[in-house]
Design a protein around this ligand. Structure first.
Ligand SMILES: C[S@@+](CC[C@H](N)C(=O)[O-])C[C@H]1O[C@@H](n2cnc3c(N)ncnc32)[C@H](O)[C@@H]1O
Length: 467
């Protein structure tokens, strides 16, 4: 099924309605059969369309159009070819470019630019990948590349909790996939990966999947649509749900959660220095009607949350609060922990799991999980960080004006020793009893990619292979 462009409001609504109807089917549905078009099966394990999509009260009050019923707004956005990046939605490492406006390369044809694309593809290159699960389909940038590079693929399963992603991914995958591959697109949270794979093919779930990818965080289709409420650069309802059928919104947290809980998420998920004061301000605001929109939240934050000194330019004051709320609304960290365990379980022997994370809270979870899953102790990791050939490294010289990423890329094969010399790390691999961590140090984007797609600047790719 191909979704044509959105020429008129009526057409847009119609197309989204058909999309919603399609995704609402819970049984396996063959939606395209004529060869050589690949068979795409659409499954839905979340309730969509929900009988009543919970819409924040600000949206239903008429100030904002509910995004799902506003026709192809997301398409209207993508047609503009311009995006406002919400820099640093949860990015800890590179605070100097927070909140930058970007003349994006995103286009109607590619509304989300896949990060670390060639690096992800390289992790599966030269291997027989007969089955693959993309847990975060988005606009199918990674998925399309995997399909292109692996003509041997027999089963490809794409998960995403956001129906908008499915609307983008499906026609793209239909164009890219060969007729031999079975494509299964499942509207579900990746915490349900085991169920999703079992529902598609119980034997596959049993025997194991050759490759799994998680590209965490938000797509540009989500960040750039004000009505989704993810962006502190755009005025929209305080929503932040990746799954529009979920009931919890940022608005509910802001206006209903106990102060102690609001404070906890600001501290733990936002690493917000002034978490106590900010939680107090949020709760006090309830007496004056509460907070219902992103702009009201940004206004309330005001100057209360600046970045840590000495780490480049100050972050946008709202960055950490938005990160905290988004993580809480989507229960992102617990979801990730569960999904990692289940994804690793699902791998076949020699199967690989690749995870791209965008902030340190996620990256820490991935790193720790990989060490545990591979059966690598902390001591082994530290021991293995050094090798036997100390060098005086020109790569370690200081280059004025160099970006942190460029410096990191240049130095990533070097390890500083206690005596000030540098060892060359010839292996970026940690072998354990149950798996191999292929990225002792995460893979990061090269300068070229960062220049063309600033969103990639905080991306970290980690990969594990099951033994
Ligand atoms: C960064 S985008 C993925 C982009 C994709 N790799 C591409 O090449 O276009 C992340 C996607 O993951 C989805 N997502 C985030 N958390 C999810 C979850 N827990 N379960 C399923 N999908 C999720 C989002 O809806 C979004 O579409």
């Amino acid at each position: 099924m191909h979704l044509p462009g959105c020429a008129t409001g009526a057409h847009r609504s119609h197309h989204l309605a058909s999309l919603a109807h399609l995704l609402a089917r819970t049984s396996t549905t063959s939606i395209s059969t004529s060869p050589p078009t690949p068979r795409i099966r659409t499954h839905s394990t979340t309730r969509f369309p929900p009988r009543a999509i919970h819409t924040p009260s600000s949206a239903s009050s008429g100030r904002f159009r509910p995004w799902l019923s506003s026709g192809c707004q997301w398409r209207a956005w993508s047609a503009t070819g311009r995006t406002v990046l919400v820099g640093g939605v949860g990015e800890e490492e590179d605070e100097d470019e927070e909140g930058v406006e970007d003349e994006s390369r995103e286009t109607k044809e590619a509304p989300h630019v896949a990060v670390l694309l060639k690096e992800v593809v390289a992790q599966f290159a030269g291997r027989s990948v007969v089955s693959f699960v993309d847990c975060t389909l988005g606009a199918a940038g990674h998925a399309s590349a995997i399909l292109r590079e692996h003509p041997e693929l027999e089963t490809f399963i794409g998960l995403d909790v956001d129906p908008v992603a499915h609307g983008e991914a499906r026609p793209r995958l239909q164009r890219k996939a060969s007729s031999d591959v079975q494509l299964h697109l499942v509207l579900t949270n990746f915490r349900n990966i085991k169920k999703a794979v079992t529902d598609v093919d119980a034997k596959l779930a049993d025997e194991g999947v050759n490759g799994i990818l998680m590209d965490l965080g938000m797509s540009s289709m989500q960040v750039n649509v004000a009505e989704r409420g993810f962006s502190f650069m755009k005025d929209g309802p305080a929503d932040m749900r990746m799954d529009p059928s979920a009931s919890l919104t940022a608005e509910e947290i802001l206006n209903k959660w106990p102060e102690a809980e609001v404070a906890r998420i600001l501290r733990d998920y936002g690493e917000e220095r002034r978490w106590k004061q900010l939680a107090r301000k949020i709760v006090e605001k309830r007496l004056a009607g509460g907070i219902h929109s992103t702009s009201e939240l940004v206004e309330l934050i005001g100057g209360s949350a600046f970045g840590r000194p000495g780490r480049g330019k100050a972050v946008h004051p709202a960055t950490r609060t938005f990160q905290a709320l988004r993580i809480a609304v989507n229960d992102e960290l617990r979801t990730l922990e569960k999904a990692l365990t289940d994804a690793f379980d699902l791998l076949s022997p020699k199967g690989r799991l690749a995870v791209i994370s965008f902030h340190s809270l996620e990256d820490r979870i991935v790193k720790r999980f990989f060490l545990k899953a591979a059966g690598v102790g902390q001591a082994v990791e530290e021991e293995d960080m050094a090798s036997d050939s100390p060098v005086t490294a020109p790569e370690y010289r200081h280059i004025p004006g160099e970006t942190r990423h460029s410096r990191y890329t240049r130095r990533k094969h070097l390890e500083k020793q206690g005596d000030g010399s540098y060892n060359v790390r010839d292996k970026n691999v940690l072998e354990g009893s149950t798996g191999v961590v292929l990225t002792k140090r995460p893979i990061v984007a090269e300068d070229d990619e960062i220049n063309t797609n600033p969103r990639s600047r905080s991306a970290k790719l980690r990969v594990i292979e099951k033994l």
